[in-house]
Write a protein that binds this ligand. Structure first.
Ligand SMILES: [Zn+2]
Length: 186
């Protein structure tokens, strides 16, 4: 495979969901290199790909359950499954730039209130309850792990807090980052 710029780990190495794969079809038309397709059954829509990335652990592909951590790109992981791979010195974690728990943040609310009702493994905006399923842009705070819809931050969060404080929990020195910016909705 030529002309693809070298040895950056393929998405297929990082996000692997049973029955799905990232199709690399750089020469052809129609597919972005990161397009996730359901084998034998055609393409997964961008929203479906986002939904999977946001509701499953990035390394185990199991539905999210507490405790949950986020990496610097806002991809969620089940903490136990991440720790197992850390102990095993997994190459997948190396390719994701995760060496220790300093490279992730634990979502600070360990309760079931993190989850949208009636949706297995789907987190919700901690300001408005909007499900974090790929239909809306989401942000997270690297310093405390609170997650919230970008729109909610604009409408509610800024009234509650100054720029330096987390709009959800009020913790100081907020560092707000986008979740899964490489797959985020337009
Ligand atoms: Zn917070």
């Amino acid at each position: 495979m030529g002309g693809d710029g070298g040895s950056i780990p393929g998405r297929a190495d990082i996000v692997r969901v049973k029955g799905y794969e990232f199709k690399r079809n750089l020469g052809g038309m129609g597919y972005d290199p990161n397009t996730m397709v359901l084998k034998e059954r055609g393409a997964l829509s961008p929203q479906e790909a986002r939904g999977l990335a946001l509701t499953r652990c990035r390394v185990s592909q199991l539905p999210l359950h507490v405790p949950i951590v986020l990496d610097r790109s806002g991809y969620p992981y089940n903490k136990e499954e991440l720790l197992e791979r850390m102990l095993a010195k997994s190459d997948v974690l190396k390719s994701l730039g995760i060496k220790s728990l300093k490279d992730v943040v634990t979502i600070n609310d360990g309760s079931e209130a993190l989850f949208a009702p009636f949706a297995n493994g789907t987190l919700q905006c901690q300001l408005t309850g909007v499900p974090c399923n790929g239909s809306k842009r989401f942000l997270f705070n690297w310093t405390c792990g609170c997650i919230f819809a970008e729109k909610a931050q604009r409408e509610i969060g800024q009234q509650r807090s100054t720029q330096q404080n987390c709009p959800v929990c009020g913790a100081p020195n907020a560092k707000i980052l986008p979740m899964i910016p490489d797959l985020a909705p337009p």
